[in-house]
Design a protein around this ligand. Structure first.
Ligand SMILES: *Cc1c(COP(=O)(O)O)cnc(C)c1O
Length: 396
């Protein structure tokens, strides 16, 4: 058996020849691993007893009353580690063990994926090394401390823009030189085949649970499913259970920065063009000569100049819709969800909530909306207080 390597015209495997055997071995092992009942039981056990699955589905009655639609929140913020990234880190760490690899490497931007890998590595007794741009090491120092506390080694990357894109390149270089011993735990549903498919598989637990929980609570399906999109892993995870149900609208939300003139810094599916980055064909933010643009969002976890190839395909085929939320809109949603429900969402997730809040009055009025709360916002408090201070007149 072989997996599909492309989503429509997107995806594929555009890597140096030296990496091809590793990707082929990974695909082969993933097929065996995912068909092995014992392996799947082991994964379920760790997800349940270590990570805390299933996460709840919560009918947000106060938001529903205020916004004018029935709002249901899938609570990935309650997962161990505080975000959905744990699902993928544990999954890939177990897959690496299954393959006989003893060392894990990862890239990280905001540090969340690095922390999730450090957790999984500590728990499974595997050494973890994380590549992180030096700009991000400065900005996200707490996450560096968390990773080190759990025994991971953090490598500062001092090339290029010294952020996520450069960290991925550094991790790929490490992988090429250490293929026998090392598995590269890619953090989102992007990169060369088979990574988008593997990450989707591990994140699809979000959609499976949410679909069943939603049916138990309401006896129906949601009218719309909304998730934020950085690389696209939490979104594809929750979408996956509903892609075959054409009556369920799928909506991904990208960062819109300060508004219309800054869209080019994050809204990949609005303004990106077809291009090749990190081993895949997808939408990429680039200038006229094909140089990759630097991204900037208030939510560090959404700062990626490309997007997983399946999202580019879902957009092109018309199956999913992609919108944006600005920094201001995300902060307003963050504040309102905190005040009305006592849930402090991650700034990334606040983009999805902002879209729901804005459209509950219009196209989504009176509908049943399922929003993926991909993570919790404790990590964002300092950033938000600073932002609100600087823009005092806009927020009460
Ligand atoms: C990393 C992160 C994201 C963005 O990553 P995706 O792969 O697009 O899901 C979203 N929310 C949180 C809380 C994150 O940590």
């Amino acid at each position: 058996m072989q997996l599909v390597t492309k989503f429509g015209t997107y995806g594929g495997t555009f890597v140096p020849e030296t990496l091809m055997p590793a990707l082929e071995q990974l695909e082969d092992s993933f097929l065996k691993f995912s068909a092995d009942i014992k392996c799947m039981e082991e994964l379920s056990n760790y997800l349940k007893h270590y990570a805390g699955r299933p996460t709840p589905l919560y009918y947000a009655q106060n938001l529903s009353r205020k916004w004018g639609a029935d709002v249901y929140l899938k609570r990935e913020d309650l997962l161990h580690g505080g975000a959905h990234k744990t699902n993928n880190a544990i999954g890939q760490a177990l897959l690496a063990k299954f393959m006989g690899k003893e060392r894990l490497i990862a890239e990280t931007g905001a540090g969340q994926h690095g922390v999730a890998c450090a957790m999984a590595g500590a728990m499974l007794g595997m050494p973890v090394e994380v590549y992180m741009g030096s700009v991000d090491v400065e900005r996200q120092h707490q996450n560096v401390q968390r990773m080190e506390l759990m025994g991971a080694r953090v490598h500062k990357v001092d090339i290029g823009g010294r952020t996520l894109k450069d960290a991925i390149n550094a991790a790929l270089r490490d992988w090429v030189s250490n293929l026998d011993s090392t598995h590269y735990v890619l953090g989102t549903a992007a990169g060369p085949h088979p990574f988008p498919t593997i990450v989707k598989f591990f994140q699809s637990i979000i959609g499976k649970e949410a679909k069943e929980q939603f049916n138990q609570m309401t006896g129906a399906k949601p009218d719309a499913v909304i998730a934020c999109v950085g690389g696209g892993s939490n979104a594809i995870g929750i979408f996956s259970a509903f892609i075959e149900s054409p009556d369920v609208a799928l909506i991904g939300v990208e960062p819109g920065g300060r508004g219309i003139e800054t869209l080019e810094h994050g809204a990949v599916l609005q303004l990106g063009q077809d291009g090749c980055l990190h081993g895949m064909i997808s939408k990429v933010l680039q200038d006229e000569s094909g140089q990759i643009k630097d991204t900037h969002s208030i939510a560090a976890g959404l700062d990626y100049p490309s997007v997983g190839p399946e999202h580019a395909h879902l957009q092109t085929s018309g199956r999913a819709l992609y919108g944006v939320a600005t920094d201001d809109e995300a902060i307003q949603a963050f504040q309102e969800v905190s005040r009305l429900e006592g849930i402090i969402p991650a700034l990334e997730s606040s983009h999805a909530l902002a879209y729901a809040r804005k459209h509950a009055n219009g196209t989504l009025h009176g509908k049943r909306i399922l929003v993926n709360v991909s993570g919790r916002g404790d990590k964002d408090l300092a950033r938000i207080l600073e932002y609100v201070e600087q823009n005092r007149k806009d927020f009460q």
